[in-house]
Design a protein around this ligand. Structure first.
Ligand code: FES
Length: 130
């Protein structure tokens, strides 16, 4: 079996939603200290829904594919769903990642959570009550 699924290769070669949202509602930047890769996620939020998402990833192919897939999974979704997105779901949507590359999908989960936190920090009234 090939090391990377076709979906991983496809999203790596043709990543969706690369770029910056100038008037983003929330921005999150995370990094992995071990490999040095960095991911920045921009969310545009309207009516408690992610209407657009873009990313900049300075990292490995799996991190790029994970961020690309993650944006596709959250665009059009309510924040309640977006908050629950796990790195496992991102990896599954990519038809899997090698075990030692799972941390790359963790960056995508963390970048989205960090962007959500940024949004809730600016709009505390929107934060769901626990
Ligand atoms: Fe670090 Fe992929 S090797 S994010």
């Amino acid at each position: 079996m090939a090391l990377y699924s076709e979906k991983v290769m496809e999203h790596f070669r043709h990543p969706r939603n690369v770029g910056v949202i100038e008037d983003a509602s929330g921005v999150g930047e995370v990094g992995n200290a071990k490999c040095g890769d960095i991911m920045k996620m921009y969310l545009k939020i309207e009516d408690d829904t992610v209407v657009d998402a873009k990313f900049e990833t300075f990292g490995c192919g799996s991190a790029i594919a994970s961020s690309s897939m993650a944006t596709e999974l959250i665009i059009g979704k309510p924040l309640s769903d977006v908050a629950k997105l796990t790195n496992k779901a991102v990896a599954e949507a990519l038809d899997g990642l090698p075990a030692y590359k799972m941390h790359c999908s963790v960056l995508a989960e963390e970048a989205i959570q960090s962007a959500l936190e940024d949004y809730y920090g600016k709009h505390p009234e929107k934060r769901p009550q626990a």
